[in-house]
Design a protein around this ligand. Sequence first.
Ligand code: NA7
Length: 550
Amino acid sequence: MTESQSEGVGRPGPDHDVIIIGAGVCGIYQLYRLLQLDLAVTVLEAGDGVGGTWYWNRYPGARFDSESWTYGYSFSKELLDEWNWSENFAAQPETLGYLQHVVERFDLERHMQFGCKVDRVTWNEEARTWTVELADGRAPTCRFLMTAIGLLSAPTMPTIEGVGDFRGQAFHTYYWPHEPVDFSGKRVGIIGTGATGVQVIGEIADKVGSLTVFQRRPNWCAPLHNSKISAQEMADIKSRYDEIFDRCAETPGGFIHGPVPERFFEADPEERLALWEELYDSPGFGIWLGNYREVLMDEEANAEFSAFMADKIRQRVHDPEVAEKLIPKDHGFGVQRVPMETDYYEAYNRDNVRLVDISETPIERITAQGIRTSTEDFEFDIIIYATGFDAITGAFDRIDFVGVDGLKLRDKWRDNPITFLGMGVAGFPNLLTLAGPTGGSVSTNFPRGIELAVDWATDLLTHVLENSVTRFEPTAEAEREWVDHVREMYGMLLLRKAKSWFTGYNSNVEGHDRTRFMIYAGGNPRYRKRLEREAEAGYPGIRLDPAPAA
Ligand code: NA7
């Protein structure tokens, strides 16, 4: 261990070699890798426990859309062998349990500090260190700073008048209480029909007294088809892990699902229909990511598949007027994140569930008793805000990043996030933005993406240390090239037009009610090759400075 490991009172140098912000899926693995390098590392986590996304999101129905057995870490064969998933798409408590198990198994918790809300981080040019200011007044320092702060970790409440006036219980889904919420006989209102709202609605419709769904824009949802995993199936999965991870490595999204090799325009209508029926009846994201590639790239192909999905909604929802309201008209299938559902559409066939289309009758305010639209007053016991996140850059914006010469990350990213490979930022030396905007991990099956990012960051740090580099910083030119490439990749997909978190759209955040270039849309394999090329060439996009002569 280096001298700087012990908290540095009276010692030269910073308090830590590395500070990682965040103890979620990404921070846990990064910590594991850095400890192998024998570095002095601490993880600062705002929550009271590990898990990140899976620590916070405890709302009813929260579960994977990734096959569970593609979500676990791949770095340890022993871990893979000993962990049994109970369902093909595990619910939040099981995933949190898995992450807690990993932390315990590899003895990681003693390097973590909880309840640490980071307010500001400041680069000190002379010392070549970062100072990390916490809300509790402490300010540890480090040589290298890594952010593992999540892509959907800055929840946003709707900007509706009167949100604070409601006298009943109210929760944003991200801040769901740790204690069980009693729904029986309760009048519940929910705002938001993204992936989260869709999971909540499917789960609680038969447990509440009444449920009123306030929908601004519907999404294209598809059946999850979750099921239990038997002991025998789990044994089979364990014997195939190499094959499973190889498959994930070759698909654009890091899932087992990748586009079929057949071409949409070469298939006749019967063939298309046969494939689509099969996908509709199959578990997971196959319907989105295992479809003809043209469905996500070509307007005509997309329109035809959207019509197929619209008919499915009409078949499942009994009231034709309600069915029409649930069919998106402003965007085609799959250009926004597809919510995976269990009994979602059937919920609207229940007598205790009502859909309110707030594009027709907007919400005017939240009242002490409930919600007032332009035509009606609703009374509730509980209001659920499933209103989403200031995605990807939001978690960065909530920390004051101050770089070289007082440059603020918030200002640099005001119009669009500018990074090199989604991993670093010019003007912010010795900072690695793991799972940062424009990186590949934010658009993939998350653990598959972050393992790539963490391994790359660890190799870079190893290179830095072996070459006595004390300051590294992406060049502005490398950044420009990367951002151009990111824009070019967006151009290939219809999702570039969508108003969704993929494009950084959020109507509740000033300046974010427009689309931005937020993710790397070129796919996991292409991203991996680009990262490998950079490392093999000795990091030409990053300026590597040795310690200045004394
Ligand atoms: P999303 O997908 O961003 O969905 C947020 C939902 O909330 C969406 O239906 C929004 O409608 C709605 N919303 C947001 N603000 C308002 C206001 N002010 N009034 C009415 N409705 C509003 O977030 P999720 O949490 O569902 O999912 C995020 C990701 O978490 C998901 O993709 C998974 O990867 C996990 P809009 O569509 O903007 O009209």
